[in-house]
Design a binder for this molecule. Sequence first.
Ligand SMILES: NC(=O)c1ccc[n+]([C@@H]2O[C@H](COP(=O)([O-])OP(=O)(O)OC[C@H]3O[C@@H](n4cnc5c(N)ncnc54)[C@H](OP(=O)(O)O)[C@@H]3O)[C@@H](O)[C@H]2O)c1
Length: 322
Amino acid sequence: MKAVVATGYGPPEQYTVADVPAPRPGPGQIQVRVAAASINPADVRLPSGDFRDVVPLEFPHVPGNDFAGTVSEAGPGVTAYRVGDEIFGQAVPRALRAMAGATRPSLSTGSLAEYAVFEADTPFLAHRPPRLALEHAAALPTTGLTARALMTTARVRPGETVLVIGATGGVGTAVIPLLAAAKARIIATATEADAGVLRRLGAHETIGYPEAEYPSGVDVALNLTLPSDHLTGVATAVRPGGRLLTITYPVPRQEWIGRDDVALHFVLDMDGALGGMREVAELAATGGLPATIGRRYTLDEGPRACVDFARLHTTGKLVVTM
Ligand SMILES: NC(=O)c1ccc[n+]([C@@H]2O[C@H](COP(=O)([O-])OP(=O)(O)OC[C@H]3O[C@@H](n4cnc5c(N)ncnc54)[C@H](OP(=O)(O)O)[C@@H]3O)[C@@H](O)[C@H]2O)c1
């Protein structure tokens, strides 16, 4: 089969499209013929080697967490899916097993490929609703799961003001419609070119990236991009008694934000405790979770998609169709 591969640690410029053996499912696993996949930061960060001491990779490594496709083979003991089922979801590389949740970890051989093998018994795979287009389904797993987890944790009340830092990316473009549905007043960071996209998704106001443009007195701030040891500026924007949620590493400590009157939450749900793909599917099927796709690529252009993701300003998700 054809797949995007990294043959050693390095930047995405070194990825190629190669012929590699199609992975076969073992007990409790399914093989999926991947129709579309989308790019996430981890797809380029893990092969970069920055985390090689914690998560050593085996090469050739096939990147890709998010996918939509058709079950093409089921291993012994699989009951949740049958050959021919249309599914979508999120699964991390097997090298991340130790960090991928204690109960039913979602692991795969990498979705930027014609075929990938997944663990069947996990909350992070689900049937794709017929009304959800393949490309949209591939764009939504990580971002939809994370946006829902943010909403569950933030408990935004109607009329509250929410500042979203990093709103133009995958998670940002997924969470803004959910904030709008919760009747929040949304202030979102954006480039000038992206302001219209964010307003159409539900943002009321857009501001530039510099901290000097942050408002003050917001009820809730969502940090979707700055490293979590660089949040003092974001914390300054939050009213006393407000909430600051962040999804980036390193896992933040209260003393780092210089405030003890702001509730700090690190949102990362590796077990599906805050909801899994079934909930994302239900929301997407009713139109509550639109996908914003910035660019589209073929599998042969997969390495270029990873380079663009790492090097260019992109809006929403980059989707690769096989
Ligand atoms: N905890 C979790 O469960 C979880 C889940 C998913 C993702 N994550 C993490 O969350 C982060 C975002 O993920 P993503 O998929 O949304 O990434 P993404 O698609 O790359 O989005 C990041 C966005 O932030 C923008 N940005 C960069 N610097 C900014 C600044 N100083 N101010 C305002 N905006 C800025 C980027 O725009 P430019 O292109 O202009 O730089 C981009 O639009 C990543 O670090 C990812 O690893 C965590």
